[in-house]
Write a protein that binds this ligand. Structure first.
Ligand code: BG6
Length: 508
């Protein structure tokens, strides 16, 4: 066994060779392509994780020549960090651009010509990976057009044609189901890779490693020992220049439906028999299916929505949401959500899961914290234990990636006082290896055909079922979201939500 991968972790192994492929990015003139996708492809090529016979075609509505697109992509790679010239040359040789409307047959005819030419010139072997990084309204159209042109199957000699779909996958349960039906008219489920970049984060994957490669955590990972779970995705940034998108989304669709519920699923799931895509995703779905769906009445008592007002962050005054560019003056879009969920199964019955996310909170931090029950009997006088809090295990997803365990220790001195202390694991200090960017990991997985870290159709559907009652209740609610000052931890009502249970939010 020495040196080989434990069978549990086999499918998430590292020695997976990428086949020749053309990666076609729809929405190539957009922000995500420059900020994330192209730098990730460059890093993969530099690390020899892509086959040299890899070509990249951008598709977009902007009129760009191949040269102009290549210049833009070079700039994107430059801005991301030091450039490996050998890797860049390899990518640049196969970089092409196709301009056109996403619903225009001619776009797909031109794309087909370019793909055949690349198969011949670069040797991409008929394999295709389409990446839909367009506005969501385009997903179904683009896939339908690919189907009509016969591009949804590998070309001659090829092994695969896969489609990566960016979030948001639908805007509610019905539209997600409809989108799924549209995609399945053309594609098989094993061709569809629904991306959630949180699953590409090392520390999110580490939830699986922590839980399932150690003996000491799993025995206490249940209702007998865990008092409550808190999952926080806090951002200090505001909506920036993305109001066009955000006004339609809000924090519930933008973060809760996907990132937060995905992290919850990993925390709550049962141990899989193997790390196979099916093994992992079956267990995640089961965990999501155990989440209690809130009734309309419960939405009022179990959830809080807020919207930031003008405030101070990092010594600077920042505007309120309603004063951000392109935000409607009477917008009810929520920039903060907190909620109490129950996972109704044998493991978690009675353990509240508190979830929160927001923009313009005091700092950018994502973490998961398990708070443990108190010991059955404390053999100290109350005065000796004033500094003792509950045991807690905190998984710091970002930044300052690591894990903290809080436990009681004796304060040095003649008295027998006990106080909480922390034992810290820090990724930066423990490992020399640089973690790959989330998109690097996920693009590579999509190229090699490993869907483990992508969202399956039943997962996405269940996640929408969980948030749908909130969407409905808030759409019918004439009251605006509760205000909170930028630079604070959200509306007071969110504190009351936990205070009702005799608990409080962590202040990371
Ligand atoms: C995106 C959301 O999915 O995630 C953004 O659309 C959010 O609004 C971002 O800022 C947060 O991602 P990260 O990786 O910075 O935590």
């Amino acid at each position: 066994m020495a040196g080989s991968t434990h069978p549990l972790f086999e499918s998430l192994g590292t020695d997976r060779a990428a086949a020749p492929v053309v990666i076609v990015i729809f929405g190539a003139s957009g922000d995500l392509t420059s900020r994330k996708l192209m730098p990730a492809l460059h890093a993969l090529m530099a690390g020899d994780r892509l086959c040299p016979a890899t070509a990249v075609v951008g598709v977009g509505r902007s009129e760009l020549s191949d040269d102009h697109f290549r210049e833009r992509m070079r700039k994107a790679v430059d801005e991301a960090g030091p450039v490996d010239e050998r890797a860049w040359e390899a990518l640049a040789a196969g970089l092409r651009y196709v301009a056109g409307g996403y619903d225009d047959e001619k776009t797909y005819q031109r794309l087909e010509e370019v793909l055949s030419e690349l198969d011949q010139r670069i040797g991409t072997g008929g394999n295709r990976l389409y990446y839909l990084s367009t506005p969501p309204g385009v997903f179904a159209t683009a896939v339908r057009r690919l189907g009509r042109q016969g591009l949804h199957r590998p070309a001659r000699g090829g092994q695969f044609a896969r489609v990566v779909i960016e979030k948001p996958f639908g805007r509610d349960l019905d539209s997600a189901l409809e989108l799924d039906r549209d995609l399945h008219e053309v594609l098989d489920e094993d061709q569809i890779y629904r991306i959630d970049h949180y699953l590409g984060k090392e520390t999110v994957q580490n939830v699986l490693a922590l839980r399932f490669s150690n003996l000491i955590f799993e025995p206490v990972w249940n209702r007998r020992y865990v008092d409550s779970v808190q999952i926080t995705v806090a951002e200090s940034s505001g909506v920036g220049h993305r109001a066009g998108f955000y006004e339609e989304a809000g924090a519930l669709r933008d973060i809760v439906q996907n990132h937060l519920l995905q992290v919850l699923a990993l925390m709550a799931m049962e141990p899989p028999a193997s790390m196979s895509p099916k093994g992992i995703r079956d267990e995640k779905v089961k965990a999501l299916e155990a989440v209690d769906i809130l009734s309309p009445a419960k939405v009022a008592t179990e959830t809080v929505r807020g919207q930031y007002r003008q405030g101070w962050l990092g010594g600077e005054e920042v505007p309120g949401y309603l004063d951000e560019p392109d935000v409607a003056p009477n917008s009810h879009t929520e920039t903060y959500v907190a909620m109490r969920l129950r996972v109704d199964n044998w493991r978690w019955s009675g353990v509240p899961f508190y979830l929160r996310t927001g923009k313009r909170l005091p700092k950018r931090v994502t973490e998961v914290a398990l708070r443990f029950n108190a010991v059955p009997h404390l053999p100290f006088a109350p005065t000796q234990a004033t500094g003792l809090g509950p045991n807690a295990l905190v998984l710091r997803i970002q930044p300052d990636e690591g894990i903290t365990l809080r436990f009681g220790a004796k304060v040095p001195g003649q008295a027998f006082d006990v106080r909480s202390v922390s034992m810290d694991f820090s990724y930066g200090a423990a490992f020399l290896e640089e973690p790959p960017e989330a998109y690097e990991r996920l693009l590579h997985d999509a190229v090699v055909g490993d869907p483990t870290l992508f969202i399956r159709t039943d997962e996405v559907e269940q996640a929408w079922r969980i948030v749908q009652p909130l969407l409905d209740a808030w759409a019918d609610d004439p009251a605006p979201p509760l205000p909170y000052a930028a630079g604070t931890w959200g509306p007071e009502r969110a504190d009351e939500l936990l205070a009702d249970d005799g608990r409080e939010w962590r202040r990371p």
